[in-house]
Every structure is written in C-alpha cells, then in structure tokens.
Design a protein around this ligand. Structure first.
Ligand code: PBG
Length: 328
C-alpha cells in the first residue's frame, strides 16, 4: 500500500522500464501479406493503401529477398486474377500454372527458407466477388468446400508450407486436412481464419485485388451469410474450437484492433498459436491520419502492434511488418 508501494519506481528511467517490459515485438511475430499480379516490371501502389504495392513475379523476387534480410520469415500470398479468368467455380484457382502456383515457386527460388502461406478462398477468382460458389443467390457451402480442397492441394503441390482458408465455410478445415493427408502432404499446415468478421475494414484489400462483391441482381451485396456478425463473441469461441478440432495448426482472429477482446478470449481457450490479421482498413486509417499530420505514424503503428501482441497474438499479419521491423 502507498507509500510503501510506489508504482512509479518501475518507470523512473528507460533502463528499468525496458527491464520490466512484459510484451516485446520481434521479427518472428510477423506474417507479411503480399499482393501479386500478372505482367513484368510491375510495382503498382494500391491507391487506398499508400506505400503498399502489387508486384509482378519478377519484382516479387527482390521484395522477398529484402524481407528475408530484414528477418521477416513468412509471407501470406494473395493474387489479383485477370477478369477473363474469373468464373463462378474458381476453375483458375487450381491451374497448376496459375499466378498463385507460380508465385509460390518464385518465392521458394528467391528465399528457400521463407515460410510461404497462401490464401485459400474463391473471391479473387469469382466473377461475383464472393468466397464461394453461388447458386440462386446463395453461397453454397459443401460444393465450395470441395473447390477449396482442390485449391489447397494445388498450392501444396506448388510448394506452399501453409494454406490459409479465409472463406468461413463450415467444415472446410477438416476436409482440407483430409485432402492434404490423402495426398501425402501431412506436413503442410493450416492457418484457419477462425473468427473472421463481416467487417467494413476490408475495403482497401478488395480495391487491391478488385475482388469486392458485384452489384448485380440476385448476388448478395455482402458476406454476412458466411463471415461472422461483429455483435457476437461466444460464436468466435465456437468457430475457433471447431477449427482446432478439425485440425487447424494456427487459428486466426480478424480484423485486429477493433476485436482485441476476441483475441484475448481466443488466446485463453487455444492450445494452438493464435494469429491476428491487422487488416487493410486499419492500415489505411493510420496512413490517412499520418498524411494529414494528425497522428505520429511510427509511434501509433508500434503502439497498435504491441497492443495486438499484448492481447494475445502469437503472430501478426500486418501491412506494417516491414516498417515495424526496421524500427525494432
Ligand atoms: C478474402 C479475404 C479478405 C481479406 C483477406 N482474405 C477480404 C474479404 O473477406 O472480403 C481481407 C484482408 C484485409 O482487409 O487486409 N477471402
């Protein structure tokens, strides 16, 4: 009790503060999302994500080498699919010579020890901008899961270390696990987007990949029949528990900062590592505020990342990874 206990003694100078720090960020905490496009010589800034780029495969090589040199050891791949290759079933997603499959090989050539994770969901390949196959205005569950299994297998065959299903269909983790086992990919892991909310924070990402749901008759305008309702908490625990039972190696909560209560609860109940996705809208908000001189970019960035880790994240997928690691 005061004055015997004076809490400020542990804050007197930076030396003691650093000694008692409870949460410490390291390059090992990060997963770097990468956007890949067809073409040559392309490093294309995403308008709603300042200083973040889509790369063609030739320039991806340098970027990945730079990440590795910075100590960043894992990437999460997303591809921007040309319109003429989009359909309702994601046929292009299993093309052994598709952009994703070539991107995996390109990265493994550039940085053989880089952990390559791939997005598994149909939206970049869907004419309708949905994560699954649509029939009569409904995003079908089980046919979509079959397509996702083939997609995950195709990524494993191309050399992916982890597949990351971001679609929120029911039962996909178990089916993907079985497909990988049946094809002797028992060491390919699954990072499950377990508590993924139907969030308005994904806007800039959908700009980056041109993957937003289309505005057409009989096509759902949002993803609320598969992604979670932001009002719900217990449902996140159920989703996480089921994904772990089905074989997820890593579970994920997404978005990050607005959902840190969920991160803590998921961390408390999980015996597998928990990843958090600090999403595109979170990135865009800080970039916009900093560009206006309203927030100190680097200080707020580090505070947000520390907060995500303190809440329970073992891994953070973040567009700030490179900037953050340079400051560590
Ligand atoms: C698609 C997917 C999305 C994100 C990752 N995978 C968007 C969506 O669900 O509509 C969002 C990432 C971000 O906003 O940074 N399955």
């Amino acid at each position: 009790m005061y004055p015997l206990r004076r809490n400020r003694r542990l804050r007197v100078n930076s030396t003691i503060r650093s000694l008692v720090q409870e949460t410490i960020l390291s390059p090992n905490d990060f997963i770097v999302p990468l956007f890949v496009v067809e073409g040559k010589g392309i490093k294309d800034e995403i308008p709603s994500m300042p200083n973040y780029y889509r790369y063609s495969l030739d320039l991806l090589t340098n970027e990945v080498k730079e990440l590795w040199q910075l100590g960043l050891k894992s990437v999460l791949l997303f591809v921007k699919v040309p319109d003429n290759l989009k359909d309702n079933k994601g046929a292009e997603a299993i093309n052994p010579n598709g952009l994703m499959q070539r991107a995996i090989k390109t990265i493994k050539d550039a940085a053989p020890d880089m952990l390559v994770m791939t997005d598994v969901a149909l939206d970049p390949y869907s004419v309708y901008g949905h994560d699954g196959i649509i029939e009569k205005g409904i995003v079908l569950n089980d046919p979509t899961v079959d397509a996702l299994c083939q997609m995950a297998l195709s990524h494993a065959q191309a050399g992916a270390d982890f597949v990351a299903p971001s679609d929120m269909m029911d039962g996909r983790i178990q089916s993907i696990r079985e497909t990988l086992e049946d094809n002797a990919f028992e060491n390919v892991g699954i990072m499950a987007y377990s508590a993924k909310y139907a969030s308005a924070f994904y806007g800039p990402f959908r700009d980056a990949l041109d993957s937003a749901p289309v505005d057409e008759k009989d096509i759902p305008k949002d993803k609320k029949t598969y992604q979670m309702d932001p009002h719900n908490r217990i449902e996140a625990l159920r989703e996480t528990r089921m994904d772990i039972e089905e074989g997820a190696d890593i579970v994920m909560v997404k978005p990050g900062l607005p959902y840190l209560d969920i991160v803590r609860e998921v961390k408390n109940m999980s015996e597998v590592p928990v990843a958090v996705y600090q999403v595109s809208g979170e990135y865009a908000m800080l970039k916009a505020a900093a560009a206006n001189g309203w927030l100190d970019h680097d200080a707020v960035m580090m505070e947000q990342l520390v907060s995500i880790k303190r809440a329970g994240a073992d891994l953070i997928a973040s567009y700030f990874a490179k900037d953050a690691v340079r400051l560590l």
